[in-house]
Design a protein around this ligand. Structure first.
Ligand SMILES: [Zn+2]
Ligand SMILES: [Zn+2]
Length: 347
């Protein structure tokens, strides 16, 4: 049987932490539920989920719908689009059957690539490989989620770039519904043995925009600051998320527009490190810009933002001795009112 391979390449960088990753997780469940009710999709569509942050990982290898269970989405540091595209191309090379003189291979694969940020790696080598060997036989739909997505980078890989400007769960559901309908319509099209083009479902204009004009696709300043900490007690990572004040409330004449308010602190699993970029943090932010200090979500230590001289943010219970979970240095913690600079995660 000829399969219709569908790849979801999902950006799970730190900016996705909290509500976004939950929406995406629910979205995967919704997608599978919907597609399983479609006899055409059930017959031909095969689904694979690849997550990427600083590194890329196949969470679910290409599998038919009846056997597909939505994986738990991890979080990592960085947005390595080049690494992700290379990983995808390796997967396609390994797992998609090409048509030869003897065998009819799989149908043309469709890739839905979702990202909410800017690439933090060099994409040129991956782009050259894609253009030479994949662009003509794989349909790629680039989806920029939110206002910080770099549509320009997506546009270098594909002409089909969509901007999804939403943070609302209801809108996100409609977007997932659009993916389901696109997969359904493509399944139907190949079931009637029609080769060739990609038949996406009609765009939902309220929440999606097809980007043709690069001038409109500018990346705005970031509204979030993410700090990666490590629990002294459990050595597990956690993420502290702040949102720019003006992004939440539009207060005219506000005194300090450069400040960020605490949104939440999120415990991460050990696989956060597996998907993260190991390069040193490039940017810092002064704590006087950050309003609200969280505790540790793993062990309940009261202070989630103590800083070791190695640069690691860690949790402490209060003044006294502490051990850095990263470099094992013994530290004498004392209360301090001075502001200090902490490294920002790559996002
Ligand atoms: Zn802790
Ligand atoms: Zn340290």
């Amino acid at each position: 049987m000829r399969r219709l391979p569908i790849y979801l390449l999902i950006d799970v960088s730190e900016s996705m932490v909290g509500e976004n990753i939950r929406m995406m997780q629910d979205g995967l469940e919704q997608l599978v539920r919907t597609l399983r009710t479609d006899p055409y999709a059930l017959e031909t569509a095969h689904l694979s989920i690849i997550a990427f942050a600083g590194k890329a990982r196949t969470l679910t290898p290409l599998v038919e719908l009846v056997q597909f269970y939505p994986p738990r989405l991890p979080i990592g540091s960085g947005t390595s689009l080049g690494v992700a595209m290379n990983h995808l191309m390796d997967e396609i090379e390994r797992n998609v059957q090409r048509t030869t003189a003897e065998v009819k291979g799989d149908w043309r694969p469709i890739v839905f690539l979702m990202t909410d940020g800017k690439p933090t790696d060099d994409i040129e080598a991956a782009l050259a490989r894609w253009t030479q060997r994949f662009a003509s036989r794989v349909s790629l739909v680039g989806i920029g989620v939110g206002r910080h997505a770099s549509l320009a980078a997506l546009q270098r890989f594909t002409e089909t770039v969509i901007s999804l400007e939403t943070g609302e769960p209801a809108d996100f559901k409609r977007f997932i519904d659009w993916i389901s309908r696109s997969v359904s319509s493509q399944s139907r099209s190949v079931s009637m043995s029609r080769e060739g083009g990609l038949s996406l479902a009609k765009f939902d204009d309220d929440i999606m925009k097809k980007i043709d004009d690069i001038a409109k696709a500018t990346v705005v300043d970031e509204d979030f600051v993410i700090i990666a900490g490590k629990c002294q007690t459990t050595k597990l990572p956690y993420l502290i998320k702040y949102e720019r004040f003006s992004a939440m409330f539009n207060v005219p004449g506000m005194k300090n527009p450069g400040t960020y308010h605490l949104v939440g602190v999120y415990p991460m699993e050990r696989d956060y490190d597996d998907l993260s970029d190991t390069r040193a943090l490039a940017r810092t932010i002064s704590t006087d810009k950050l309003i609200g200090m969280p505790g540790c979500p793993h062990c309940g230590n009261r202070f989630g933002m103590a800083l070791c001289s190695c640069g690691q943010v860690m949790c402490v219970s209060g003044p006294g001795t502490a051990t850095c979970p990263s470099c094992d240095l013994e530290l004498e913690m004392e209360a301090c009112d001075d502001d200090f600079d902490v490294g920002r995660a790559r996002g």
